[in-house]
Every structure is written in C-alpha cells, then in structure tokens.
Write a protein that binds this ligand. Structure first.
Ligand code: IPD
Ligand code: CA
Ligand code: CA
Length: 261
C-alpha cells in the first residue's frame, strides 16, 4: 500500500468514526431498546445503527474489502484488506447514560493493522494512528507517559461479561495489582482505556478475554504513541489473544511480574 493510499484511507476512517459517533451521541441519554446477548452483555439499537452506518459506507466505497464487526454484519469475502469494527465500545455505560463510550475502526492490510481511529463523541476526542506515522489526539501528536514506578502508576482494567461464572475472572489479579499501583480505574471501554494510555493519562492496562474489535484500532494507537502491548508473559500479542498487557513500556516488567504472580 502506498503512503498516499494509506492517508486517503485514514481520512475516510476518521470521518466514518466521527459520523458514527454523532449517531451514538444523538441517542445518548434517551430510552434504548436493549437486548441481552448473555446474562449481562447488552446490545442497544444504537450499536446496530452505528454498525450499519459504518459497514454500508465501507461497502459503498470498498465493496471488495473484508469486514469483521461485533454485531454480526460481517462480510466474509477474502481480501488483503480487512476492517475490524466495534460500533460502540462501552455499551453498558451507554445504556446507563454514563458518558464513557466510543467508536473503534481499524484496517488491516495483509494481516497487519495499518490504521486505526477511536472516537469519543462526548469529549469530541478523535484518537488515530497510521502505521509508521505516529499517533494523534485531534491535531496533537501524543506519547505515552514516562512513569517508571508502579506505586506512582494509574492503571485501568476491565472485566468480561462472564465474570459471574468464569474461574478466570480477573478479580484476583485486580486485588494483587490494587496493592501495588497508585490507583486502578474501570472505565468500561477497553478501546478508550488503551487510547488514554497512549495519551499519557494512564500508565498501564490489562484485561482478559477481549475481542479483536475492542483492541484493533487502539493497539496501533498505543504502539505509535511509544507504548508496548504483549500477552501477560511478554509474548507477542495478537488481537485474537485472550489476554492483553499494555503499558508505557517502562512499567512493563513490573506489571508482568504482578500478573504472573
Ligand atoms: C466491552 C468494553 C469493556 C470491557 C469488556 C468489553 P462492549 O465492550 O470494552 O470495557 O471490559 O470486556 O466487552 O461490549 O461495550 O463493546
Ligand atoms: Ca467492545
Ligand atoms: Ca461493542
């Protein structure tokens, strides 16, 4: 892919994320039609509306591309280009009018994430990155924090929807980490957790059982902001992996040690 093509696709993706975000914001704080995919795993009419808007636009402009989405409007054809989309990350927050949620859109080319955009409609913050070209928040280049000491670090994590039944539920790790860090937040949107790490507002993040659409765009944003993402044991992370450890890089060894017990 040429630089020009990548930049054109980046601009297309940014517009898509911002416009899908506007759809979400319009229905924020209204009554929602909520359906449950599991015991506590909701989907609202806004998730579906945002996803339809994004996939229709991609199909109109790039009909030959493959698409992977959370709510199922996936297009399974084989193509070197694959879009990975979470039309609303933070659905539980959204359904409660808790103003922390976003749209996340990434594009892979030949199996590698080449660009990503995450848009927070409440704060009007657009996080974006293109492979090799840095990470930005609106017009400003962003960089991870320089924190080296775990007891001065502000971290984030989250819990999967199977928390009520699963043995691997992150509660033990949370308790261990809470004793070592300065603070831990549970914001409810993994894509924003990662973008806030990229912007230096958080110093580290970990979670179990995330899905590819939660992390695809933000992974590139963190890496382009100078951060590091691996599995808990330090091995290479892929968006299909069931554990993620992200940090400013400097805190990685300390975080790894706590997570590995
Ligand atoms: C969820 C959020 C949450 C994380 C969950 C995800 P959704 O995504 O990212 O922060 O803890 O594991 O499933 O369902 O709101 O798109
Ligand atoms: Ca999600
Ligand atoms: Ca979602």
């Amino acid at each position: 892919m040429t630089d020009r093509e990548a930049e054109r696709l980046m601009v297309f993706t940014e517009k898509l994320a911002v416009n899908a975000g506007a759809i979400l914001k319009k229905s924020f704080n209204r009554r929602h039609d909520i359906r449950y995919k599991g015991r506590i795993d909701p989907v609202t009419e806004a998730d579906l509306k945002s996803e339809k808007f994004i996939t229709d636009n991609i199909l109109n402009n790039y009909p030959e591309h493959e698409i992977l989405t959370e709510e199922g409007s996936a297009v399974g054809q084989k193509s070197p280009y694959r879009w990975v989309i979470d039309p609303l990350d933070g659905t539980v927050n959204y359904a409660h009018a808790f103003p922390v949620y976003c749209v996340s859109i990434a594009l892979e080319y030949k199996g590698e994430i080449v660009l990503g955009a995450v848009y927070d409609p409440q704060l009007e913050e657009l996080f974006r990155a293109r492979k090799g070209a840095g990470a930005y928040l609106n017009r400003k280049k962003i960089h991870v924090s320089g924190e080296r000491v775990l007891k001065r670090a502000l971290l984030a994590t989250g819990f999967a929807y199977d928390i009520g039944t699963a043995r691997r539920n992150n509660l033990g790790l949370f308790a261990r980490m809470a004793k070592k860090a300065e603070g831990i937040r549970r914001l409810g949107s993994a894509a924003l957790d990662l973008c806030w790490l990229a912007a230096g507002r958080l110093d580290g993040f970990w979670e179990l059982k995330l899905h590819p659409w939660d992390t695809a765009a933000a992974k590139l944003i963190v890496e382009e902001a100078g951060g590091k993402i691996t599995r808990f044991n330090g091995e290479k992370y892929s968006i299909f992996e069931k554990e993620i450890l992200a940090s400013n890089g400097k805190l990685h060894p300390a975080l790894k040690k706590v997570l590995r017990g």
